[in-house]
Design a protein around this ligand. Structure first.
Ligand SMILES: *Cc1c(COP(=O)(O)O)cnc(C)c1O
Ligand SMILES: [Zn+2]
Length: 402
């Protein structure tokens, strides 16, 4: 029997330097992001499609390719395998008949951030850190606060004051130490970095520690398994820091090495908003790195990341898969959210709405063909953003009768 985790070592995604997967680890000396590596030969010998199908459908079913070595350290609120939905009315409207939505809104905390925080907190617990600290636009902090509470681990969260109320309240209610800052998530990140060194907390900023990404990776495992061990033609993802995108393609690479899928990769469509589009700007200019976006502003606050540290990985995925990075307008996001609600009864988050608006734009431009299988990720629940749509002025007046 292989061990619970086949984690073998870490490898820098920039310079290739390898290092042991022991102790608290952050970025490579070169500044590159570390990728967890596994003994894939051992996993190939023990995994079969039938065996995986018989496991409980939650992200821990892929535990050999997750970094937690001892099952007793797993901190889980049951991260169920999320469904792939079809949209009969909307797919007709968009003229994309083969449109599937991976609906991440059903996870604990209501967003896909639960994946990274379940795995990240579990690994932090295994490493015995005295606490964790995280800069966030909101949803990551809310998810990490829940799992930290479950683990009994102290957590410090720093958010921009301009951020949304709901996730702030979620953090406070779950017992996190919450600070707000006049600035962006980048400014929050610098503050967390310094405080983490001073107090010996694990700085679990996106891509700073290698294990949060491993949780996001399970989206890619699920997509391939749910499609009968194949991949779609196009993946459309509303992108901020891009951990979801990097995770999904890391999953596909591991599955190919295991012989579970072939070498085909979906064309990656990274969707950003006009209010914060550092990756789309770099793509249009043919660059392999981003310049910081000045004054980011969007209602899709999960996408408000002015300087994504994984820029070199994200742009590489887009170029390598013949993909695209494009923007949608803020009004297209708001309109699309209502359209999806009214066509399908599906209360998506504004980030998900940005992805739908992206599909519409790319189909109109002919970048997406009518016969392609397109998988869009709805990253969270619209319930966290009801203030953006709850215009109650259209309620009817009872005095005039029902
Ligand atoms: C964080 C977040 C995003 C952006 O995801 P990344 O993988 O970090 O780019 C999108 N949507 C929601 C709801 C989020 O919370
Ligand atoms: Zn390096």
């Amino acid at each position: 029997m292989p061990e619970y985790s086949a984690l073998s070592h870490l490898r820098c995604s920039r310079c290739g330097r390898e290092s042991p997967a022991a102790g608290v680890r952050e970025k490579c000396q070169c500044g590159g992001i570390l990728f967890a590596q596994y003994d894939l030969t051992a996993v190939a010998a023990s995994w079969s499609k039938e065996m995986l199908a018989s496991r409980e459908p939650n992200l821990w079913k892929y535990h050999e390719l997750l970094p937690v070595r001892n099952e007793s350290n797993v901190v889980s609120l049951c991260e169920q395998m999320t469904p792939l939905l079809t949209l009969p009315t909307l797919s007709g409207r968009l003229d994309v008949p083969n449109l599937l939505v991976k609906d991440e809104s059903r996870l604990p905390s209501g967003t896909f951030k639960a994946r990274g925080s379940s795995v990240g907190i579990s690994k932090a617990k295994e490493l015995g850190v005295p606490g964790v600290a995280i800069p966030t636009n909101g949803n990551a902090g809310a998810a990490w606060a829940l799992y930290a509470a479950r683990a009994g681990m102290p957590i410090t969260v720093v958010l921009p004051t301009s951020g949304p109320e709901t996730p702030r309240k979620e953090c406070v209610a779950a017992g996190a130490r919450v600070y707000t800052i006049d600035g962006t998530i980048g400014d929050a990140g610098r503050l967390v970095h310094d405080a983490a060194q001073k107090y010996n907390w694990y700085d679990v900023s996106t891509f700073n520690e290698p294990y949060r990404l491993e949780g996001k990776k399970t989206m890619g495992f699920e997509i391939a398994e749910q499609l009968g061990w194949s991949v779609p033609d196009v993946i459309v993802y509303p992108t901020g820091g891009g951990a979801g995108v990097v995770g999904i393609y890391k999953a596909f690479d591991e599955l190919e090495q295991l012989g579970f899928i072939g070498s085909k990769r979906p064309r990656m469509a990274i969707i950003q908003t006009e209010g914060c589009a550092p990756l789309a700007r770099a793509f249009v200019q043919g660059q392999r790195a981003c310049k910081p976006w000045v004054d980011p502003a969007t209602i899709a606050f999960g996408m408000r990341v002015p300087s994504p540290s994984a820029d070199y990985l994200l742009l590489d995925i887009v170029y390598r898969t013949d993909g695209i990075c494009t923007t949608v307008t803020e009004s297209a996001i708001a309109d699309m959210r209502l359209q999806v609600l009214r066509d399908e009864g599906f209360n998506i988050c504004p980030e998900g709405a940005a992805a739908f608006a992206g599909v519409q734009k790319l189909r109109e431009q002919g970048v997406i063909d009518r016969d392609e299988q397109v998988l869009l990720v709805n990253t969270g629940s619209g319930l966290k953003y009801m203030d953006q749509v709850a215009d109650t002025s259209t309620e009817l007046d009872l005095r005039t009768g029902l």
